[in-house]
Design a protein around this ligand. Structure first.
Ligand code: NAD
Length: 497
């Protein structure tokens, strides 16, 4: 049976009749499991008006009240995390364990946001001038839009929403139309947590809904996560409409393995970071840069580990699930063909299976290429699937140059036992998030997540203090409470003596 997935507006399910709907699949079954309503531009305008009205009151809610709602939300999310993980697996395909992991990482942002009274503390200077005090405050923006990708249907919205709400804003979330249910389930918890209606809204949709958000005058800011071409478009369109924008884009993450590295650790890391979530992670490792002479030994160790991986239905305790749609699976297998045609060595061919799931599922097993060179499309482009490419380089400098020449700069990792080399790498590499003997260096919630170069358009990263700054505007107040003896005119520039 196909379920209807609809918008959540002003705390309630939308009761209207959609002009358009989209299909949602269970990727492990290869079958349609639901239909999602796709919002029209007019509906987005209505939601923005609802959110704007709610934002005014919520901005006035005391920090004590906001914090109580945040703590209640955190508790509810923790209680329901298994249910939410099941929704993710059913529509995205990732294995249950991994789905639970993403909810847990999102939960950490909610926990960070519970500290909002402390995070919003300003500065105060008494007696900056005679009888003059100066202080800084941070105020909410109003209505903010969050537009998220398919690959983390719960975690990516959670990177932004708790902090936006804690800062006193109202939110319109536009989740991916490919796996929209988890975002709605999480959004419902806000109402249960006592958040006033209209502060948290979900609209589903595609380009029409996104464009309506990017151009709506009631929307003050946009947090976007998705592929680089759309991130660039969102940044350019929304900033042209006067909005504050952070648009996180795609990635091509390199793992540099130096000859002195622990090769067992490096091989485990390459397999985990290359094939976890079927490579559909913006922090997945897709290029393994092996500094010779380690490549032969490293490739052998990776191949051996890949032999033990089970690909199949995410509810069956497998290591890796299907890809999100048939079209995406076909795109990724197209890259496998392109790699072979370009002359790379196909060490493990994931197209062959076996797959522990329905035959109609969108399967592709872990795939390994060796002798990949930088001009090949499997190296140049973001594949976003379980395809790992090994590029052999003669030296650390050649490896670093390869990484720094790449247009993306999301995440990277170095594997070495040489602290000096690691330290040099962290300094020289032009990438926003760096792992040292850590393959997927996703920062903790109290640090900020974001890449460099074509992996991020805008100035602020997600969550941590960058998140608080993004969702607030600074104001500095200079105040004088007059001493009764004050008086006189002075047209000169204010002085501080
Ligand atoms: P996507 O760019 O196709 O979609 C992202 C969002 O944009 C969705 O909500 C979608 O509905 C909307 N969208 C799609 N096409 C649009 C258009 N033409 N106009 C306006 N809006 C449009 O991305 P995806 O396939 O859902 O997600 C995978 C991508 O996201 C990968 O490139 C991955 O690297 C990236 N990603 C990046 C990060 C990061 O932190 N940098 C995190 C997760 C995913």
């Amino acid at each position: 049976m196909s379920t209807r997935i609809t918008h959540l507006i002003g705390g309630r399910d939308w009761k209207g009749v959609p002009e358009r709907t989209g299909e949602v699949y269970n990727p492990a079954a290869g079958a349609v499991s639901g239909r999602v309503d796709l919002a029209s531009a007019d509906l987005v305008a209505e939601v923005a008006a609802t959110a704007k009205a709610a934002a005014r009151n919520w901005a006035d809610a005391s920090l004590t009240r906001r914090t109580r709602v945040l703590f209640a939300f955190r508790e509810l999310l923790n209680q329901r995390k298994e249910e939410i993980a099941e929704l993710i697996t059913a529509e995205h395909g990732k294995v249950l364990d991994d789905a639970l992991g993403e909810v847990t990482r999102g939960l950490e942002v909610a926990e960070f946001a519970c500290g909002i009274p402390h995070l919003l503390q300003g500065g105060y200077t008494e007696g900056a001038s005679t009888n003059v005090d100066v202080y800084s405050i941070r105020q909410p923006l109003g209505v903010v839009a969050v537009i998220s990708p398919f690959n983390f249907p719960a975690m990516v919205p959670l990177w932004f929403v708790p902090i936006a709400i804690a800062c006193g804003n109202a939110v319109i979330l536009k989740p991916s139309e490919k796996d929209p249910s988890a975002a709605v389930a999480v959004a419902r918890l806000w109402t249960e947590a006592g958040l006033p209606d209209g502060v948290m809204n979900v609209v589903h949709g595609d380009k029409e809904a996104v464009d309506a958000l990017l151009t709506n005058p009631d929307v003050a800011a946009v947090s976007f996560v998705g592929s680089t071409p759309i991130a660039r478009y969102v940044y350019e369109t929304a900033t042209a409409h006067g909005k504050r924008v952070q648009a996180l884009g795609g990635a091509k993450n390199h793992m540099l393995v130096l000859p002195d590295a622990d090769l067992d650790l490096a091989a485990d890391a390459a397999v985990n970071a290359g094939f976890g979530s079927a490579g559909e992670r913006c922090m997945a490792i897709s290029a393994l840069v092996a500094v010779e002479p380690v490549a032969d030994r490293l490739v052998a160790k990776i191949k051996e580990r890949m032999g033990g991986l089970r690909t199949g239905d995410g509810t069956k305790g497998c290591d890796m699930g299907p890809l999100v749609t048939a079209a995406h699976r076909d795109k990724v297998t197209g890259y496998v063909r392109a790699g072979i045609e370009a002359g790379a060595t196909l060490v493990v061919d994931g197209r062959e299976g076996p797959f522990d799931g329905d035959e109609a599922g969108f399967w592709l097993g872990p795939t390994l290429f060796d002798h990949v060179t930088p001009e090949m499309s499997i190296y140049r482009e973001e594949i976003f699937g379980p395809v790992l490419s090994v590029v052999r380089v003669p030296s650390y400098d050649a490896g670093l140059d390869l990484i720094n020449t790449n247009p993306y700069g999301n995440g990277t990792a170095i594997f070495t036992n040489d602290g000096g080399a690691a330290r040099r790498f962290q300094r020289e590499v032009e990438v926003g998030m760096v792992g040292i003997n850590v393959p997927i260096p996703v920062p903790m919630a109290y640090y900020s997540f974001g890449g460099w170069k074509s992996s991020l358009f805008g100035d602020t990263h997600a969550h941590g203090m960058d998140g608080v700054r993004f969702f607030t505007r600074g104001k500095v107040v200079t105040s004088r409470w007059l001493d009764p003896s004050h008086g006189g005119l002075n047209l000169g520039f204010p002085r501080t003596d």
